[in-house]
Write a protein that binds this ligand. Structure first.
Ligand code: ATP
Ligand code: MG
Ligand code: MG
Length: 387
């Protein structure tokens, strides 16, 4: 389909699912990450690079081997990406290194969104001392969210400051990290939209979905979101508008807060496939992973590619997290999913640790009620499921 080799910085589950989509199109992919990482396990090649996407010398090694370079994680070394772009003028890097740079510092990302007239939660950069935090508390009120500007994922980098009494603990938990504070967003739901950007800058959005987090980690994703059509449309337009502001091509995940008064605020943007887009593998015409491969190779994205498979398609995605409370607890969930019609199990080949994302399950049905019944059966051994 395409003779070019795609290099992927990062070999976790997102990289693994990009590889799967690329394989179906005969597109060769090589991975930079630790040996035997999830994406390498399903891609038997000698050219993979063992190393880190944060290390300049390793990025230079993979850059020398590929025609297009992409990422499955935003925490990559951007100055080196810019360097290899100069060293190899024919190498395409998507998303654009400038976009990764704008996004990887969450406070810079917020400021950029504000410059582009996109609504975000009110934020302020803070120093790591009690006085600065106390001033934020007086201005924003409690609770407020203290966040690491960089290297955050699954809420590891966030601290909910409930009152003045928890300021000291917040500083201890997030010590040595660059910080910013965010006003509490009193959301009724969290929404997310996947958006694909073509190399010419055209943007296409997927359905608006609803994400439910537990302990800061995505637990469930409902597609489409259970909100009025007008809100779904507003979220899609907001997401498209936001991604239109970032140069380069590829898929982006846009996380949002839907507030009590109907307002939508962007929480954050991921310049890569996103957990809230896993449902697309089974519920959409083209998955988020294939859309990413197509966009970075400038392959066609024809009309309707991002739509749900049919007008009545509904889906729920359940994350399978490492759970050591009972022996093989997470695998019991997967076993029940295997015996559930129209449920698909994806395991990532990772060693199990509590709260680690080990896999996900996509449940597809012709109504959300049907998906919900299947979900209850999968989650609870004692729930009845009528076939
Ligand atoms: P991810 O794994 O999505 O990259 P992250 O570590 O970057 O996560 P955030 O997306 O900033 O973390 O926050 C995680 C969750 O915490 C959000 O999905 C939301 O549930 C909650 N949250 C974050 N910011 C706020 C806020 N300002 N007000 C209320 N809740 C918030
Ligand atoms: Mg994040
Ligand atoms: Mg997030």
């Amino acid at each position: 389909m395409d003779q070019r080799t795609v290099g992927i910085l990062g070999g976790g589950q997102l990289g693994r699912m990009i590889v799967e989509a690329a394989h179906r199109l005969n597109v060769k992919t090589i991975i930079l990450d630790a040996e035997n990482s999830p994406a390498k396990q399903i891609n038997a090649l000698s050219e993979h690079v063992n190393g880190s996407f944060a290390k300049p010398e390793d990025i230079k090694k993979i850059a020398a081997l590929c025609d297009v370079l992409t990422v499955e994680i935003e925490h990559v070394d951007v100055p080196t990406l810019k360097q290899v772009q100069r060293d190899y003028p024919n190498l395409k890097i998507y998303p654009d290194p400038d976009t990764i740079k704008l996004i990887q510092d969450k406070f810079v990302q917020k400021e950029y969104l504000i410059q582009n007239k996109i609504s975000v939660a009110k934020s302020v950069a803070v120093d790591s001392d009690l006085e600065s935090l106390s001033n934020v508390g007086s201005e924003f009120g409690y609770p407020f969210m203290l966040k690491s500007r960089t290297l955050a994922y699954d809420g590891r980098g966030n601290f909910v400051v409930k009152s003045k009494d928890s300021l000291q603990e917040a500083l201890e938990v997030l010590k040595d990290r660059p910080l910013y504070a965010e006003k509490w967003a009193p959301f009724v739901k969290e929404l997310a939209v996947m958006v694909v950007r073509s190399p010419e800058g055209k943007v296409f959005s997927y359905t608006t979905v609803e994400t439910i987090h537990q302990d800061n980690i995505c637990h469930l994703c409902y597609a489409p979101a259970r909100v009025p059509d007008s809100v779904q449309l507003k979220a899609k337009l907001l997401a498209e508008h936001a991604i239109a502001a970032f140069p380069g091509a590829g898929i982006f995940g846009v996380e949002m807060f839907y507030l009590e008064d109907g307002e939508l605020l962007i929480n954050e943007i991921a310049p890569r496939p996103h957990n809230s887009g896993h449902y697309t593998i089974d519920a959409c015409v083209t998955s988020q992973f294939e859309a990413h491969v197509r966009s970075i190779l400038n392959l066609p994205l024809p009309e309707g590619f991002s739509a749900l498979s049919t007008a009545s398609t509904n889906a729920i995605m359940l994350n399978v997290l490492g759970d050591h409370t009972e022996k093989n607890k997470e695998l019991q969930i997967c076993e029940r999913a295997l015996s559930t019609p129209s449920a698909s199990v994806y395991l990532y080949g990772k060693e199990s640790r509590p709260q680690r994302k080990m896999g996900h399950i996509n449940i597809v049905g012709s109504s959300m009620d049907e998906c919900e019944r299947k979900l209850q059966y999968i989650l609870h051994a004692d729930a009845a499921y009528e076939h």
